[in-house]
Structures are given as structure tokens and as C-alpha cells.
Design a protein around this ligand. Sequence first.
Ligand SMILES: Cc1ncc(COP(=O)(O)O)c(C=O)c1O
Length: 346
Amino acid sequence: MIADTRADFRSDTVTRATPAMREAMAAAEVGDDVYGEDPTVNELQDRLADMAGKEAALYFPTATQGNLAAVLSHCRRGDEYLIGRNYHILLNEASGTSALGGAAPWPIDVDENGSITPEAVRSAVKEEDQHHPVTRLLCLENTVNGSAQPVDLIDDLASTARELGLAVHLDGARLFNAAVALDVPIAALLDGVDTASICLSKGLGAPIGAVLVGDAQTIGRAFRLRKMLGGGMRQVGHTAAAALYGLDHHVDRLSTDHEHARLIAEGFRQIDGLGVTQATNMVWLTPPAEHSEALAAHLLADGILVCAWQPTMRIVTHLDVGPGHAEMLIDSVRAFFEDIGQDGRP
Ligand SMILES: Cc1ncc(COP(=O)(O)O)c(C=O)c1O
């Protein structure tokens, strides 16, 4: 947190390792992971492959690198992949797939839950023709901006993709949030997908890391790409131990984050004039446009950090947010609107 911050709702990436997690990190048995000799990394990979119902898994420093290696494992230069138009790989990973691998995204419209339809996938695939790129891959995401994508939809999209000869990769940065919200094991959400990256530094609270799961052949290609991208790491059993600790202790508690988000949304809904939506651990707040900047400044002055995007702010709950923080946020927003004078100025 920044000096006088009282609550940080910008992202679930801001958590710091708990004392117990730090103990697990310090006690980890380690080896050189580039040689495949780190027992704790191997344990993490085996564990997540098993939980995901996949043959193999590979530890990455970040989910961005895991996604990049996955897309490039599926696509050759000049291929295209289909992806929801607001998905992270397309908007927030610095166009790595195009810049470094020559694989171009083809954006597909999403509905208000961030979902794409099988029909949209069907109509986006290019027919075979010398003029067109080869459509090779469908990229999904779960959750999308907090919205859990249900098992049936993923299954439908995956079987459509397979029928069309496409592989499927899923960005599961918050897959455990989806699994907890839908009350299903992660394997159920990954049944039809070929590869998925699962982030460890968000809801699970580890300081770093993601694991890519999939079939042995694709993970083998990703292994080489990881090296090429500079992601071959050494004694990273210490950080893998944090992730194992998170898997043991921080999965079921994600429902607490979802409950805090629900409480925040409920509090906001008692205040006139606010647009509010909530899904899993994210709350989206749209204040009247004329008050947006002043509200952001007011929250900051109160020591409360949010993503003060316009027109809609993002508020994310996580391991370091308690019910007191949720109330502090609601009270601060309420006080701001109560203080607005007759002339509409705060
Ligand atoms: C949906 C989604 N995918 C991927 C990532 C990338 O994760 P990392 O920061 O580990 O590269 C993020 C990070 O915020 C994300 O929100």
C-alpha cells in the first residue's frame, strides 16, 4: 500500500504474502527449475495438472507470459486467433502475440457478461482462401471482468471450436473465483479447452506466478517458448511454495471476497444516482459523469484506492480486504454525495 492508504481496492494483485505463507516460502525445498530439479515447482505443476484434469503443467513468472507462450504454441506466424474484444490478452498484454509471434487477434463482440456466442465464433472463422489468415485458435477468459463463465457455455464454445478445427486456450487468471462462484471444480470449467493459464498472484495471494496446463505436446512447445521469452527460472520453489500454500488455504475463502463485493454493491445501491454492477470479487461503479473526477479525488484523500477509470470505476476485493474496509468505502462514497451542495458541487 502507498504511505497513508487505508484500503486498496485497485486489484486483487496488491496482496502481500501472509506470515504463514512466508514461512512456507522460507521452508521450501528448492533446486534448479531450468533443469527440472526444483521439487516444489514440480509438486505445484503436478498438483495443478491434476486439479485441471490435464496431462501436464508449466510454471511461469506471470500469467501474461503463460498466455503468450500458450498462444504461440498453438499459432504459427500469420495465423489468427479469435478472442472477446475486451479480453486481457487482446487489450492488456502489450500485443505480445502479434509483436513477438506474428499471431494476430480477431476481436469478437461480447455480451454484458463478457460472453461470446458459438454463432459469433462460427461467423468469425475465415474460409480457406489465399487472401485470408488461417484461423487457428479460440481464446476464452474466465472470469471476464468478474463474470463467471458457466460450464455449459465453455463446453458449447469448445465443441464449436473443435468442429471448426480450432484449438482453445483459456485465460484463467481468476479461474478459482469462477469455480467457487459456480461451485464446480476447475476441471469442469476446463474440460473442453486445450490449454489454460491459471494465475497464482491474484485471489490465491501468492506474490508471483502462473501455471499453464494442457496436453503434454503443447506444454512441451510452451516449455521451449518459456525459455525463449526469458521465463526459465532457477530456485523458484520458494515462490511455488507460496502458490501451494494459496491452493491449500486461500481457495475456499474466495467466497468471502465475493461476499465483500456484494456488500459494497449493496451499499452503493442505497445511494441515489449510481450505476452499480457486481460479479464475484469485482464491483463496477458509474457515478454521474459530472462528479466522477471529484469522487476519485475524495476517495484518494480518504486513503482509499480504486481504479478511478471513467466513466466506470473498478473496485476489487481480495485477501487484504475485510468487512471494515468495505464499510469504509461505502461510508466515504455516501459522505461524498451527502456533501454535494445545492449547486451540485461537492
Ligand atoms: C484476466 C487477466 N489475465 C491475465 C492477467 C495477467 O497476469 P500477470 O499480471 O500475472 O501477467 C491479468 C492481470 O491482471 C488479468 O486480469
